[in-house]
Design a protein around this ligand. Sequence first.
Ligand SMILES: Nc1ncnc2c1ncn2[C@@H]1O[C@H](COP(=O)(O)OP(=O)(O)OP(=O)(O)O)[C@@H](O)[C@H]1O
Length: 252
Amino acid sequence: MNCIIAGQNIVKIFGKDNEQAKALNGVNVEIKKGEFVAVMGPSGSGKSTLLFALSGMDEITSGSVKFGDTELSKLHENTLADIRRTKMGFVFQQPTMLKNLNILDNIILPAMHEGKKNTAKLTQKAKALMKKTGIAGLENRDTTEVSGGQLQRAGICRALMNAPEILFADEPTGALNSKSAEEIMELLVEINKEGTAILLVTHDAKVAARADRVLFTKDGNIVSELPLQKFSGRGMETRGEKILAEMAAMGI
Ligand SMILES: Nc1ncnc2c1ncn2[C@@H]1O[C@H](COP(=O)(O)OP(=O)(O)OP(=O)(O)O)[C@@H](O)[C@H]1O
């Protein structure tokens, strides 16, 4: 099967009784293996909720989310956690790092939790990822002794430790200056080219321009989508213009 994640009629309601908020309103979506999909839309339109629903991080109210052939909503919490740890990677706007551990140990820690106790092998893997992401040499630094961009690279290394099939990224460049943001996007494009699917939430057209496809959310639904593959390059020319035009049409 060509599809890594399929969501059908996803509804997510937060709160109870008269305090309810319908964050997702019957969303249908498919992400193909190795695809790079960006999600854009106004604030509060359901982007993060969709990412959390598709990754099994958050329980959905109704509908279906399939990871390959596996229905995530039917799984026991431990099995679901295993899938998230071994097959999915997560990158957020602010990487949460443990302050009492250095960068290298922060990268390795989740993999160790998983029962992989071969520290030498994990260190080797982490160092290779740090080299690839341009932060070799920062292994022993405290998390407070690196730049925001370097910390995000470390967060990406941590997310890649288990060679995930898909990377979920919620505003990964949101806290970075434009140069660091661009470098992080270059890195994500490279990771995607090597075969990892990416679902990325962003407000930034320049960031979304790197994706194969952009989904636009509004009021808890995907209201339009823009296939970008047919436009050459992954830059702002043409692709970015198309996104900006769609955003303007949506009133974002
Ligand atoms: N834990 C929660 N409890 C109650 N309502 C929530 C919760 N999380 C999200 N919501 C509501 O669900 C809706 C969708 O939120 P979501 O965070 O998915 O939007 P978003 O498009 O990612 O927004 P932003 O761009 O501002 O991050 C909003 O109306 C929000 O207030």
